[in-house]
Design a protein around this ligand. Sequence first.
Ligand SMILES: [Zn+2]
Length: 416
Amino acid sequence: MEYPTLITIGSDWPAPAARLSPERVTIHEFGHQYWYGLVASNEFEEAWLDEGINTYTTGRVLDREYGQRSRGTTLAGVPLRGYPLLKLPSPPEPEPTGIRPTPLGLHLPPSPWPADLEELKPAEWLLLYRLGLPTNSLLGGFRDVPFLTYLPDLPTGAVDGYRASYLAGPRKDMVQRLAWDYLDRASYGLNSYDRPALVLATLERLLGDETMTRALRTYQHRYRYDHPTGRDFEQTVSQVAGRDLGWLLGPLLRGNEVLDYAVTSVKVRELPAAAGVFGQGDERRLRGPGDSRPGQPPKAPAEDASEDQEATRFRNEIVVRRLGAVAVPVAVEIEFEDGTVIQENWDGIYSWTRFVYEDSRRVRRATVDPQRLYAIDLNWSNNTRMARLSRRPVARWSLRLLLWMQNVLTFYSGMA
Ligand SMILES: [Zn+2]
């Protein structure tokens, strides 16, 4: 908790070191000495100005100091590493049904497994079972057994964390809103902490680290011992960036619409060879579907090799769509099967655009926003599309799923 010149922190016990349990909150509360301690924005009327900016700067410090780290979870009150990807249903404690947001935007059914078992100390194991079994019903206790439902390690950075929170309710409210006027407590948290942090992370990716840092420093210096508003922040950032950023910050801070771009189709079709009359004078040739015509002598192959043995040509067609109401300019990267990559730019305003290449090469895949500049894009899993199905990931994931199912069945047959 933060107070001017005084902070208090707490930690979970026995938290694995990777959870950064006291570190995160220490950095966060210290950050408040700046974001509303020195720069005294109104934490009731514009909560995002202190909690949002502070969540963003906390994330930057954590990323720089600790790099990619494991997402944590709690199992029967015990903090663990790991991510509950396949949590089984728990009858005694009904869980919110529906979808679970993940950093990628994939929506998986709610579920629990993977602590980093290697790192778990015996005392932690003991606690895990002692605390886990009596507090839940039999099924409720066993559903959280780490082998069964946890992904052991899911390394993530700050942006993945903001995304996982944001995706839980992206359309409930807008960021710029009185703290007591949000739909519910969860929406207050999402719109004051993680969503504004995600907006700022998007801004950082667009402006670059150096400009973003300079903008924050300028805001801090300019409004130290003062009471700035969200507009002051936006104006400062635009001024430092040297361009008006209202086109982006307006819809992201004062609207509840989402940003989502997707490659919705990549089609490759072989073009029929061109037919007709080619060349001039003596070189005149009639070329039809059969390459020659009755009454005309067949061409000598060697002579016309360069002209007639043209490589097969393909029509490559890529459709990119804007699925959200927020419209921004985006880059589209197209990779051909020979490895060449070209980049196109789209203003992103109309609801879709199409790129067509008639070429001797086939397109392998297309990606919209390949650098993932728009950290706030609702669904990253639809940003890339392949022209042909790649079977390798399908086989890999099917094997993993089979292994998981075997584990689950072995476990429950052992219990019976
Ligand atoms: Zn805070």
